[in-house]
Design a protein around this ligand. Sequence first.
Ligand SMILES: [Cu+2]
Length: 512
Amino acid sequence: MTMGTAVATMPAALDVNTLPQFVDPLPLPQIAERQGYRPSPADPKLKVPFYRIAAQPVASKVHRDLPPTRFWSFGSSIPGPTLETRSGEPLLVEWVNALPKEHFLPIDRTIHGAEADQPAVRTVIHMHGAKTKPESDGYPDDWVVPGKSSLYYYPNQQDAAMLWYHDHTLGINRLNVYAGLFGAFFIRDGVEEALNLPKGKYELPLTLYDRLLTREGQLLYPVSPDPQSPWVPEVAGNAILVNGKLFPYLEVEPRKYRFRALNASNSRFYHLSLVDKASDRLSFHQVGTDQGLLPAPVPLTFLEISPGERADLVVDFSEHRGEQLILRNDAFVIMQFRVAAGKVSDTSSLPSALRPVPKIPESQAVQTRLLTLNEYVNKSGNPVMLLLNASHWSLPVTEKPVLGSTEIWTLINPTNDSHPIHLHLVRFQILDRQTYEPWLFQTKRELHFLGPPVPPDPNEAGWKDTVRADSRMVTRIIVPFTGYTGRYVWHCHILEHEDNEMMRPYEVVAAP
Ligand SMILES: [Cu+2]
């Protein structure tokens, strides 16, 4: 990255190595409090649980030795309050914008949707992974200004999974999420409960997000050297927070735990491992992915998780009584687990089969779409804009799957980055990834493969809603378009990319 005056005037960043590690216990997000019941929009004779959740400024300590950090959150801490329900039990949320009229992070007024005539502070909330009608999906244009709210209906007619809510406002989504506007949503069901996985105090969320902190412990959102266009292609923080704390510790019993991991970072991919004192990697199991349980537990010693993805993990501490284990991202310390010394009885299970995930046959697809991921760079080689299928956000809708039909989306990535691609409304399965010759495709639109198709990793072989489209590869997903008709979006979940045009509308249409 080129250095310029704007960079030079940024406040000094914190050296996190000066802070003592493992002085703060891992916090758990608050549980969302129901405000009562309201008539269901689907059937006014039915009353459904109603929540009122407000985005508001908050000061929260990320470390014992730092002053409180200014955030925007949906509660008194970050992440916001956790919502929980059962499959098939709907709920209503009134998402309130109770923020000030000025943003505290640098808006780029050259970005689409954030032009000078647009209000600085706008919010619209998307429930990532939820199957909802378009009017409750948090379309990026459906933002509200401070003092206003939106009432969203979530039918929750879907399998048990960890979903998450976050801001999705056109042009400033990256800033609103960076400010802290996100939280978790758990859907439960009988299939999951029958498995007897660790639950109650033995099931914990691990929401990971990195932030660039100043020496005063305040959020720093980096800017480009051009003051007219402060957008940067990605953000790498100096502090990796877990449930809101830097270098937290968690006291655990020597038994099985279930950890619901979420990568809520703007652009960081994590490469997680759990190591002992000798830096040996310990094995753990992944039991679920974005859209719920895998067919069977997958043993891992290493987990890659890209922005927007979730990993449902079971870690057995029973062989590590009295030890202190470290969760790392590559070589960097994230948090510590302190395993108690005594013996405990553990009645939870890790069954060898979890739930069937029947493979969708390719023959079921009625259409295959070739969709490119595009990066445009300036003379210095820095990205200035990213597109899907070489199309700006504002162009007419080109992807119009028929409700109830199945399609194959072939994501062609000639760029040097991996892009986590998320489709709203639907869940899908990964078919394969394959290296190809980008130049031939760009000039002649010919797909010339350079290697055999690689099946998804075992821990991706379930229902997904976000997929890594790896660099210089073709990634194919098979998608049943069930649910509702109407306009939704698909986009890269690197939020800097999404805000700068790497998002497109798509429309589910009724069968003719
Ligand atoms: Cu991207």
